[in-house]
Design a protein around this ligand. Structure first.
Ligand code: TMP
Length: 210
């Protein structure tokens, strides 16, 4: 049996990941492909507990390296108990965020060195990377306005504008270093336009797997 495909979706806050993940899920499943939809941090009971720790606002300031290690602890559990077994069984995996988010948030946002992140990436992933990553891109202010209209802000969403500018720039650097691995979508378009763009961009990838 051939391995399934591993697709991730990335972007800054309020970019519309959830709505568009539901759309991508439909696009994949209508081709009769068995799909696991999951998220990071999270995706297993243990990793969801780590997610809560990461997102919870607290009085104590959180050390950036501690944050990085928590992210990768959640990822190791998720990858080894959910993602890799699904891919090995021929299923596809659609994941809301993965290691590009670590380069963007802990690297760009918190200022940790990319080499340190890469060392943990090698330790945890052993060379397994997403097959394709969809980056939804929007100017930071519009995204934050959308996110803050939704619910109470979590620890990351409460960060300042410059933090998210650095996150967005770090995503753009990831794309520049591996353009063949990314589909970048302008998320400031209307939802109909965004989904048309996603559909057109994913079609060659989906057709190749057909
Ligand atoms: P979400 O709310 O978009 O699902 O993501 C939760 C938060 O976790 C989001 O603000 C970004 C952050 N995050 C990191 O800082 N590093 C990571 O590696 C991942 C996967 C998420």
């Amino acid at each position: 049996m051939s391995e399934g495909k591993f697709i991730t979706v990335e972007g800054t806050e309020g970019v519309g990941k959830s709505t568009n993940i539901a759309f991508i899920q439909k696009e994949i499943e209508k081709r009769g492909i068995e799909l696991v939809v999951t998220r990071e941090p999270g995706g297993t009971p243990l990793s969801e507990e780590i997610r809560e720790i990461l997102l919870q606002k607290r009085n104590e300031s959180v050390d950036a390296t501690a944050e990085l290690l928590l992210v990768f602890a959640a990822r190791a559990q998720h990858l080894n108990t959910v993602i890799l077994p699904a891919l090995a069984a021929g299923k596809w995996v659609l994941c809301d965020r993965f290691t590009d988010a670590t380069y963007a948030y802990q690297g760009g946002g918190r200022g940790l060195s990319l080499e340190t992140i890469e060392q943990l990436e090698i330790l945890v992933q052993k060379g397994r990377h997403p097959d394709i990553t969809l980056l939804l891109d929007i100017d930071v202010e519009t995204g934050l306005r959308r996110a803050s209209a939704r619910a109470e802000l979590d620890r990351f969403e409460s960060e300042h504008l410059e933090f998210f500018e650095r996150v967005r720039n770090a995503y753009k650097q990831r794309v520049a270093s591996r353009p063949d691995k990314f589909i970048v979508v302008d998320a400031a378009q209307t939802l109909v336009e965004v989904q048309k763009t996603i559909e057109n961009a994913l079609k060659p990838f989906l057709d190749r797997q057909g």
